[in-house]
Design a protein around this ligand. Structure first.
Ligand code: PEP
Length: 248
């Protein structure tokens, strides 16, 4: 049985006071659950949020990292920096990084390897654009992203990943994939992982859905057999809506 995982991607939202308040609100309202709960604030707020949640089971994640250990890479953040402020997870390959910051399957692959070296759990994002779905290219696109992201990883490493299927047309748009649409792609991803890394690895890996997930649509999505949690953007910025999804 796969343990569910719900992660909040705060994106470029919250200053330090807002981040601490949001983390405190979530901590106050969180009653514990069978689900892994992960908060991913901006880099500048990681340590402050770590201090708020360190005595709880809520975990900390970052929204990106760089694949070098350190050195002359102005503006970048390394895996070691993330673990030093309490991170256990890191989002890699979010569609906004692919769209606006030149992220490629190759850079995603390097980041995953570096995260694993530091025992960070990568949350690897994949997903198609609307035009690609309309052209029946969803599976081709997602397969290319998964194969690129996981190149050179053995089954033991693949087993450590979380995959987030996020159709780009559903992110921040209010247009959620239907449970059947999401389930189809999740099943496709699991079948592909079985081909690449074996049945046992594919059965154990957690695949989150992301894209306008809200408390009122979460239960139906999470009831699908291959949907093991959610990566939440907008709805993670309020304690009640984020925990509404966790409790769904
Ligand atoms: C996301 O960006 O990962 C996301 C799922 O955003 P939203 O929930 O706002 O669609």
């Amino acid at each position: 049985m796969r343990k569910r995982i719900v992660a909040g991607n705060w994106k470029m939202n919250t200053n330090i006071e807002q981040a601490v308040k949001l983390a405190l609100d979530i901590k106050a309202q969180y009653k514990g659950s069978e689900v892994d709960v992960v908060l991913c604030p901006p880099f500048t707020n990681l340590y402050a949020v770590h201090r708020v949640i360190q005595d709880t089971t809520i975990k900390l994640g970052a929204q990106d990292l760089y694949w070098k250990d350190g050195g002359a890479y102005t503006g970048q953040i390394s895996a070691g920096m993330l673990t030093s402020v309490g991170c256990q997870f890191v989002i890699i390959g979010h569609s906004e990084r692919r769209q606006f910051f030149g992220e490629t399957d190759e850079s995603v692959n390097k980041k995953i390897k570096k995260a694993l070296d530091y025992h960070l759990t990568p949350i690897v994002c994949v997903g198609e654009w609307l035009e690609q779905r309309e052209a029946n290219e969803t599976e081709t696109v997602v397969a290319r992203q998964i194969r690129g992201a996981l190149a050179g990883l053995d089954a033991d490493d693949v087993a450590k990943l979380v995959i987030a299927y996020e159709p780009v047309w559903a992110i921040g748009t209010g247009k959620v994939a239907t449970p059947a649409q999401a389930q189809d792609v999740h099943r496709f991803i699991r079948t592909l992982l079985a081909e690449m890394s074996g049945e046992a690895t594919a059965d154990g890996i957690r695949i989150q859905y992301g894209g306008s997930m809200k408390p009122d649509n979460a239960a139906e999505l999470l009831a699908q057999p291959d949907i093991d949690g959610g990566l939440i953007g907008g709805a993670s910025l309020k304690a009640d809506s984020f925990l509404g999804i966790v409790n769904a």
